[in-house]
Design a protein around this ligand. Structure first.
Ligand code: HPA
Length: 272
């Protein structure tokens, strides 16, 4: 993403923040959107008003930043995110992360809905992401690098911050969340995977599969934001159970798990 565009988008967002200085970013995946409604001193910035951001198209995803206070922290949430499968260039998916960096965000919590590849998981499990596999063969950093944003060859050996993983595990134990831990593998979507692809994902070391998150995490590593990732396992991935997959099941499970997911995030946030 060209630096001028990042600066232009940042200036607009900054101009709307008033006295708020967000230190934590949260990208809300399917079903978690209403967490943004609980913010105090709320400011809403619609994506369609931010220069260089497209309009998000997925049904049930609002398309806006919501900034405010929660658990004593100033937070900027993405209520609705951009997906690669919507036809967005990868670079566009990185832009909100660079905006967050430029307004002072130090830690980013990324959430998503994912299919369980690990046969020990059950729908409704939450999975702390300890690493990922970029299986989309594209990357938001391809093209000219801007050294003002980050290095040409960013280190991804701790893309998911080890201390934040430990923190999440402690919160999971204390509040009996029973969170799992695992590797998130990104496919482009928008179709769900074939059973053969899921078998491959498992052989490659994936525990969960989904259609988001990896581009944002690459951008966060690039610009130096610490990441905590959490997947909601909404269904077992293709071929594990003898039944077809559908979006309704994904929505139903995310709704079922919503309260557990919200309290997990809130308690993590409290201790960040
Ligand atoms: N595959 C990919 N993405 C998903 C799935 C899945 O099974 N469930 C929720 N998001």
């Amino acid at each position: 993403m060209e630096l001028e565009k990042v600066k232009e988008s940042t200036e607009y967002v900054k101009s709307k923040l008033g006295k708020l200085n967000p230190e934590v970013g949260i990208i809300l995946g399917s079903g978690l959107g209403e967490l943004a409604d609980t913010l105090e001193e709320k400011i809403i910035i619609k994506y369609c008003d931010v220069p260089n951001l497209p309009v998000s198209t997925v049904k049930g995803h609002a398309g806006q930043f919501v900034v405010g206070k929660l658990q004593g922290k100033t937070v900027i949430m993405m209520q609705g995110r951009f997906h690669y499968y919507e036809g967005n260039p990868m670079k566009v998916l990185a832009l909100p992360v660079y905006i967050m960096k430029n307004i002072g965000v130090k830690n980013l919590i990324v959430t998503n809905a994912a299919g369980g590849v690990n046969e020990g998981f059950v729908p409704g499990d939450l999975m702390i992401i300890k690493d990922h596999i970029n299986f989309v063969f594209n990357n938001p950093l391809i093209g000219k690098n801007n050294e003002e944003i980050g290095a040409r060859f960013p280190d991804m050996s701790a893309a998911y911050d080890k201390d934040l993983v430990i923190l999440a595990k402690e919160v999971s134990d204390e509040f009996k969340i029973g969170a799992r831990e695992g590797v998130y593998l990104m496919m482009t979507g928008p179709n769900y995977e074939t059973p053969a692809e899921i078998k491959m994902a498992r052989i490659l070391g994936g525990d969960a599969v989904g259609m988001s998150t990896v581009p944002e995490v690459i951008a966060a590593s690039h610009c130096g934001i610490k990441v905590l990732g959490i997947s909601c396992i909404t269904n077992m991935a293709a071929g594990i159970l003898d039944k077809p997959l559908n979006h309704a099941e994904v929505v139903e499970t995310s709704n079922m798990v919503k309260d557990k997911f919200k309290s997990f995030i809130l308690n993590i946030l409290k201790r960040m």
